[in-house]
Design a protein around this ligand. Structure first.
Ligand code: ADP
Ligand code: MG
Ligand code: MG
Length: 950
């Protein structure tokens, strides 16, 4: 949703190049103060999300402290220019500082009436907590007294100063935060203070002296006392925080480009730490977990911003504000409604109350679980009529739907929880406990399911959190770092489980009397917040009404349809439940592995001659026919594409190494001669089948052509099954698919064989069943000669797993050896087996479709590789005019939503299947949806009939 919005904006606004071409410095700084602002929401790319919305809110009359924002263009110039301020930046910043000082009525560095500011990072897309912010800047040894005198609150002034030094030392001077926090903890112990807020002024003054000493020791210089110097250093540090490891990690995970950069917002401080009538909080205009329309949030009395987000003290729910500060609560409620109305989306709002006066410090589209995203989108369109249906569809990120298809703890499970925390996301997880985020990454690489357990998480932990199945923290609320980040991913997360005491040193945690050590398996029940020792059974999700509604709209809007890859009747039923309108790939070999079947399959492979092989093959036929009958019934009336046998035969035999071991053992001992002989034969057959490179070896149609009995049997099983269900009045539409075709001759030969057997069956049964014969396009050569292959194929299905493998020359099984390095060094943008490589592999797909349709304009084209459920790949498939995508049953809703969004962004041309150029899209959108779809459907149906009535 954020994507679509920012993209639109990107097109609308271009940074003004005029100033630069005339030689003057571009406008690097934009003010917001006293109801006026130079920026607005439209300048997101230039001012960052935080900066542009502060400007927008200022214009709306929302109470926002005055300030100014330095642009991402300034960042780009700084970054490209050897980390030096571009010409004009500082002069402009000083001019805007003067405006800020005028609005605030105090001056930076004034010892009597010091202006304090925050220096905040802000990228165009929200990266919560990944970059840095400095608060209370402008304090020094003199002005701290001025602040104390002016506010008549010594404790407060010294609290600000200790906070400032800590943040400045951490962010700007790169001094390890732990050492500084340890000093705070020690001061609390000395003073007998339970929380930070209980520390009295003298203790804080002492703490400041200690903090300054650390700075002196670590940097060899005293803590900088000149506020302008402080400001310059802080701005540079915020610029640099774009490159912090946590920020880089976050961008990699979220696939955000590195060259956006951050804006820097400098604004007057407001103080939530001025006593019991002050405080700070975070709120959401709706519940970010369920999407329910209710005010949701958390609040901490006598605290400053970061306290809530960092999860240091567990905050109170927003309702507490109603009794504590009723006027503030009313005002905040009105503002959150207004902001939601204005942005037409759920808002995540930071606010601070200074002695009873409310200030808004940030608003953004709130991160939410997929369930919440769906509910909010559906309700905003259907109930509240605030957005249109297309906007509702665009509001939900397709990949996030996967979360709704996540498993939860079986409601029938009986267990006793050892602790209960706050449920931040609804998903459940089972995994081994690990305390160190880096270890979590390592273990996940070895495919182990882990649960990361921390006292609290910080942005440094994101990579570990991402690798884990679930995250458990003992501190922090529902808006703590862990909760917000995990929610964005839909990852299982339980926070603030107060009973959990983490002992990182001994790699264990305690909860009541229970002790859980690293490596032990636990279950997190994301729905209830419970922590359970051992693995609990998880169950499939129930789809909500809103989900079904959204899915229905997506199906109505998409012009590229969605099928599923399903190998069994059970899969087919699941796929239909998730909205599949056909099967794009039945892998027949998966049926070979059943208990009763594998011995027959082995017999077939071991057969010494055609006769023996045929005997085995004939035994398999009834099994295959049964499976097909089940699948046809489950999918009726939709088409089912069945791929003939594809993998190399050795995959069906025992592993060579194991056979050899047993054989050698028996050889040495000399007993069980029968087994010995059998193993000898298997060993010999395996040796004969041994290939240096099986992926490029005797498989696919090469196998079907050299051992025709196998394909003949499969075609017969398919057609007999089709005739049988047709006889029962079920609509059936088999599509027989030849794998791994690379030459026209292969296609022609297998096509003739298929037609021959199919006709035989039709004659025998006396039925009329329409079927079609097509091919996988997965060998690059096939894509290039697609025009001639299409003379013999009635449909194409791009097998992008093999096509990727053969186009890159990367073995799917060995890519793990170098892929992590390639991704880290950005030699590849993504794993090409997960995200379709549009430039290379995609070009072959495009060429294949174009050439195929040159021969048969109505050629049905689909994709059946793993990419069929990946949103950006689905969008690509839509753009190149595919008829359908096919993916695993669980990804079907994801693919529908992605396909509908692709259609909204670029409508497909009804006849050619091509995507319309963008310019004409406004006028054609209606026409396309109303008139074209039935017409296309009908056209294909007619064409299909024509082709198959032989
Ligand atoms: P992040 O992007 O990590 O949320 P922010 O720039 O929003 O960083 O700031 C961190 C915290 O400091 C937030 O809670 C914010 O509300 C608070 N904060 C920022 N600027 C001010 C200010 N001028 N006055 C009071 N609190 C502030
Ligand atoms: Mg913030
Ligand atoms: Mg393949």
């Amino acid at each position: 949703m954020a994507q679509a919005g920012s993209r639109k904006r990107a097109r609308r606004i271009r940074p003004r190049p005029t100033a630069r071409s005339s030689g003057a410095a571009p406008k690097y700084v934009y003010s917001f103060a006293g109801g006026k602002a130079e920026g607005s929401s439209a300048l997101r790319n230039l001012l960052g999300g935080k900066g542009c919305e502060l400007a927008e809110m200022t214009k709306m009359g929302v109470p926002v402290p005055p300030g100014f924002t330095i642009t991402t263009e300034a960042w780009a110039a700084y970054n490209a220019g050897g980390k030096k301020h571009p010409a004009g930046l500082w002069t402009q910043a000083m001019a805007h500082l003067a405006r800020l000082e005028a609005a605030a009525g105090s001056r930076l560095g004034d010892p009597k009436r010091p202006l304090l500011v925050s220096v905040r990072s802000g990228a165009r897309a929200s990266m919560p907590g990944m970059m840095d912010t400095v608060l209370n800047l402008g304090l020094n040894d003199k002005s701290v007294d001025g602040l104390a005198a002016r506010t008549r609150n010594e404790r407060f002034a010294w609290d600000c100063y200790r906070r400032f030094i800590t943040l400045f030392a951490d962010v700007v001077l790169s001094i390890d935060r732990h050492a500084l926090d340890a000093l705070l903890e020690a001061a609390k112990t000395r003073a007998g203070a339970r929380t930070d807020a209980d520390l009295p002024a003298p203790a804080l003054r002492e703490l400041v002296a200690e903090l300054k000493k650390v700075v002196q020791d670590k940097t060899g210089r005293p803590f900088p006392q000149d506020p302008h110097e402080q400001l310059r250093l802080a701005i540079n540090a915020v610029f640099e925080s774009w490159w912090a490891k946590k920020a880089v990690d976050y961008r990699r995970i979220h696939r955000l480009p590195d060259d956006w950069g951050t804006a820097v917002t400098v604004m007057a401080m407001v103080f939530g730490n001025l006593g019991p009538t002050s405080g700070t909080g975070v709120c959401f205009s709706r519940d970010p977990s369920s999407g329910e329309r209710r005010f949701f949030g958390e609040f901490l009395v006598n605290a400053q911003g970061e306290d809530v987000v960092a999860g240091i003290r567990t905050p109170e729910p927003i309702e507490a504000l109603k009794t504590r500060m009723p006027a503030v609560y009313r005002k905040l409620t009105a503002i959150k409604d207004r902001l939601e109305q204005h942005y037409r989306d759920m808002q995540d709002i930071e606010f601070t109350v200074q002695e009873g006066q409310l200030f808004i410090l940030q608003t953004r589209s709130g991160k939410r679980t997929a369930a919440a995203a769906v509910r909010i989108a559906v309700e905003m369109f259907e109930k509240e009529k605030r957005i249109d249906r297309d906007t509702a569809l665009l509001r939900v990120e397709p990949a996030s739907l996967h979360q709704l298809l996540v498993k939860t703890v079986d409601p029938a499970a009986r267990y006793t929880a050892i602790a209960t925390g706050l449920p931040a996301t609804p998903a459940a997880a089972v995994g081994k406990v690990v305390f160190d985020p880096e270890r979590a990454v390592e273990m996940a690489l070895r495919e182990e399911a882990v649960i990361l357990v921390r006292a609290e998480t910080s942005p440094e932990d994101v990579a570990g959190m991402h690798s884990a199945q679930g995250v458990l923290t003992s501190r922090g609320g529902l808006t703590s770092h862990a909760a917000v980040v995990a929610r964005g991913w839909g990852k299982c997360c339980v926070v603030g489980a107060g009973d959990v005491v983490v002992d990182e040193e001994h790699r264990l945690f305690r909860a009541g009397r229970a002790v859980v050590r690293e490596g032990q398996v636990i279950t997190l029940n994301g729905a209830t917040g419970e922590v359970i020792v051992g693995a609990q059974p998880l169950v499939d999700p129930k789809l909500s009404d809103e989900f079904r509604k959204l899915l229905g709209w997506a199906q109505g809007r998409a012009t590229t349809t969605v099928r599923a890859n399903a190998d069994t009747p059970a899969d087919a039923i699941k796929a239909r439940e998730f909205g599949a309108v056909g099967i794009g790939l039945v892998r027949t070999e998966h049926m070979f592995f059943g208990d009763q079947r594998i011995p027959i399959v082995r017999e077939m492979i071991m057969a010494g001659d055609v006769q023996a092989r045929k005997k085995a093959v004939d035994q398999l036929l009834p099994f295959q026919r049964e499976d097909f009958i089940g699948i046809f019934r489950a999918m009726a009336p939709y088409p089912v594409t069945i791929r003939l046998l594809d993998p190399p035969l050795h995959e069906f035999l025992p592993k060579y190494k194991e056979v050899l071991e047993e054989y050698t053992r028996l050889d040495a001992r000399g007993y069980n001669p029968e087994r010995y002989a059998e193993l000898g034969a298997i060993k010999a057959r395996l040796e004969a089948l041994l290939e240096a490179n099986p992926m490029l070896g005797h498989r696919g149609c090469r196998l079907g052509i050299t051992f025709p009995e196998i394909y003949e049997m499969q075609v017969r099983a398919i057609m007999e099954a089709a005739c049988e269900v047709a006889a029962a009045g079920v609509t059936v539409e088999p599509e027989i698919m030849i794998p791994l075709t690379g030459t026209v001759a292969e296609m022609k030969l297998t096509r003739e064989m298929t037609d021959r057997v199919a006709k035989q069956v039709l004659t025998e049964t006396g039925r009329k069943v329409a079927y079609s014969v097509g091919t996988m396009i997965e060998v690059p050569r096939a894509a290039l000669i697609a025009d001639r292959i299409a003379e013999h194929a009635e449909f194409f299905s791009f097998g992008t797993n093999d096509l990727t493998q053969m186009t890159f020359g990367y073995s799917r099984d060995d890519i793990g050896k170098f892929l992590p390095f390639y991704l880290e060094k950005k030699l590849l943008p993504n794993d090409p087996f997960a995200v379709l490589d549009q430039d290379g592999v995609g070009e072959l797909v495009r060429v294949g479709i174009e050439r195929g349709r040159r021969t048969v304009p109505t050629l049905k084209v689909g994709i059946c590789g793993e990419h069929g459920g990946e949103p950006s790949s689905v969008e690509f498939c839509h753009r190149v005019g595919m008829t359908y995508v096919s993916c695993s049953p669980y990804m079907v809703p994801v693919a529908w939503l992605a396909a509908s969004q692709a259609e909204i962004k670029e409508p497909k041309h009804p006849e050619s299947g091509e995507v319309k150029p963008k310019a004409s899209r406004a006028n054609t959108r209606k026409a396309v949806t109303v008139a074209a779809r039935p017409a296309t459907r009908k056209a294909t149906r007619v064409a299909r009939k024509r082709r198959n009535t032989r």
